[in-house]
Design a protein around this ligand. Structure first.
Ligand code: PMP
Ligand code: GLN
Length: 392
């Protein structure tokens, strides 16, 4: 294994899902739903397969029906107009979109500023591109409003500014944010945008959880801020929005130059993927608002079940404004090392979770935090909560 990849080992998701299987534990580690997406969309995939649509190599940029649907989605939801032929690219999940964007846009030695903790493929993809990652740590913050404690991980804008140097090529942003559940606010995004314009940086923004925002939180695409459309590569995925993580259909939107650059890398990674599923996702993106609202309400209810269970079990809970993850602080349980905690958890409680430290370069900053996924059936969440309560 070459030096660029040697430090990464096996992805934590594979390790933890294997542990869940071998110990018969409830898997709240890897983020995938235990209920598949809409029946009518599964039927659309079957129809495509049966009718011979997508069984052979689809067009390199993605099938026209899907590119059109992605452009319509960005326009309808965010007033962002993209030309389906030149400004949209279909990828093998968001994972390929991230890798191809970094491989296309980063020169060896360029610095890439990313919000820490970060989704694990970011570090590996930056390394494969020969870039240097510069983490900016999201800091836990607690405030009491009207007698209620609100906790979130927030961006320190001074730290972000200080991280940018003359060698910085791009900012890699993720909102709603995995694993903290933070949804960046209008103010935070506005400051990121200002900085990007001021320092003439490119931005890759991973918005795969765009439809998973709760309560008062609102997802604002970074590309919609002044001066950003021309410098931003936006990434989305059907895996999260429609609960089909196995289909691996993702996409990129951006200017013709940026999308052409990403396509240059993408064509030599997979060339194309997911033929029949692309047609089905085109139909999914055109589902009525009621689908998106019901999906959000369902996930919000699941969040509340797990958050209540974790709180009762003694964890300090960071109530997520978005995504399907809850980050907890394990120190109230008398624990401080998330790695040791997660390795012992299957034996102790029959539950699998992810130590947030794997998403940090500053491991010590992530040590006491542990992530639980709540994209599971309610009875599964309730059983997990019961087991955790019994274990402490
Ligand atoms: N980005 C983030 C923030 C994610 O959490 C995930 C997967 N959970 C991905 C990208 C990858 O998405 P996909 O499965 O579409 O490759
Ligand atoms: N993105 C999902 C998570 O954060 C898992 C993706 C994967 O297994 N690579 O849990």
């Amino acid at each position: 294994l070459n030096r660029r990849l040697a430090e990464f080992g096996t992805t934590i998701f594979a390790e933890m899902s294997a542990l869940a299987l071998s110990t018969g534990s409830i898997n709240l580690g890897q983020g995938f739903p235990d209920t598949d997406g809409p029946e009518e969309i599964r039927e659309a995939a079957v129809r495509a397969l049966r009718d011979g649509r997508g069984n052979q190599y689809p067009p390199g940029p993605g099938v026209p029906e899907l590119r059109t649907a992605i452009a319509a989605h960005q326009k309808q939801r965010y007033e962002l107009a993209y030309d389906p032929d030149r400004e949209v690219l279909v990828t093998a999940g968001a994972t390929e979109a991230i890798a191809a964007s970094l491989l296309a846009l980063v020169e060896p030695g360029d610095e890439v500023v990313a919000l820490e903790p970060y989704y694990d493929s970011y570090a590996a993809s930056i390394a494969m591109a020969g870039g240097t990652r510069i983490p900016v740590t999201l800091r836990p913050h607690e405030e009491i409003r009207e007698g209620v404690t609100h906790r979130r991980f927030r961006l320190d804008l001074d730290e972000l500014r200080d991280a940018v140097t003359d060698n910085t090529r791009l900012l890699l942003v993720n909102t709603p944010h995995n694993p903290t559940g933070t949804v960046l606010t209008r103010e935070e995004l506005g400051e990121i945008a200002k900085l990007a314009v001021e320092r003439d940086l490119l931005v890759i923004t991973d918005e795969v959880y765009e439809h998973l925002v709760f309560d008062e939180a609102e997802h604002l695409p970074l590309a919609s801020f002044p001066g950003m459309r021309e410098r931003t590569v936006t990434i989305g995925s059907a895996g999260k929005t429609f609960s089909f993580t196995g289909w691996k259909v993702g996409w990129v939107t951006g200017t013709p130059d940026l999308v052409a650059a990403v396509r240059s890398a993408k064509q030599f990674l997979t060339y194309v993927a997911s033929g029949p599923f692309q047609y089905a996702v085109a139909e999914a993106l055109a589902l009525p608002d009621t689908y998106f609202a019901a999906f959000r309400a369902d996930m919000r209810a699941k969040r509340d079940v797990l958050a209540a269970g974790l709180t009762e079990a003694g964890f300090k809970v960071f109530q997520p404004a978005g995504t399907y993850f809850i980050t907890t602080d394990i120190r109230p349980l008398g624990e401080s090392d998330g790695f040791a905690f997660c390795r012992a958890l299957p034996e102790r409680a029959g539950v699998v979770a992810i130590p947030n430290a794997v998403f940090y370069d500053h491991r010590e900053a992530g040590a006491p935090f542990v992530r639980f996924a709540f994209c599971k059936r309610t009875e599964v969440l309730e059983e997990a909560a019961k087991r955790l309560k019994a274990a402490w």
